[in-house]
Design a protein around this ligand. Sequence first.
Ligand code: CO8
Length: 161
Amino acid sequence: MHYIECFGCGDVDGGLHMTSTVGEEHLVRSRFEVTRAHQGAPGLAHGGLLACAFDEALGSAAGNLLRRPAVTGKLETDFLRPVPVGSTLYIVTKLDGVAGRKIYVSANGRLDAEDGPLAVRARALFVEVTFEHFTSHGSADALEKFSQTAGRSREDWDINP
Ligand SMILES: CCCCCCCC(=O)SCCNC(=O)CCNC(=O)[C@H](O)C(C)(C)COP(=O)(O)OP(=O)(O)OC[C@H]1O[C@@H](n2cnc3c(N)ncnc32)[C@H](O)[C@@H]1OP(=O)(O)O
């Protein structure tokens, strides 16, 4: 699901501005362009923001492949190489399994190319929720907010292009 005020995939100042697409073999491909706004150490991406980028990529996979609302229950990241400002992380996510409401996904992030060096690995458990999760814990008008995609039709609001 796509929400325009989402820090990961929305049109938010200072956000990650990530896009994800479902490709061959049901793999979801996401890109994260690392800018100075994402720094931890000078010239290097902050680990917490990298975890955020993977939360977005993994969540996009869980949501787009299964078309069910789900939230992150658990997220693990392995930081294997430094990720410099100016680089692009090519993230490929796969669905590992579903058990009841539990959705298991994992992802690899490679530097600057689909076949670049592996920089970050992550896996997560998403838990399927009802829309009431968002209306009762977040905004009462969450459903309407999810549907607000500037310039897009109602039919495709649940896809992050
Ligand atoms: C729609 C677009 C949204 C996209 C957002 C992008 C991703 C996000 O950033 S989501 C925001 C961060 N995440 C959250 O805020 C979630 C906060 N947590 C919660 O709301 C709840 O703990 C929630 C919904 C995950 C689970 O609660 P609840 O619905 O009561 O289910 P619960 O029965 O506890 O758990 C369901 C199953 O998941 C398992 N589970 C839940 N959390 C974990 C965990 N951290 N580790 C391992 N297993 C877990 C439970 O053990 C249970 O397993 P089983 O079915 O085998 O017994």
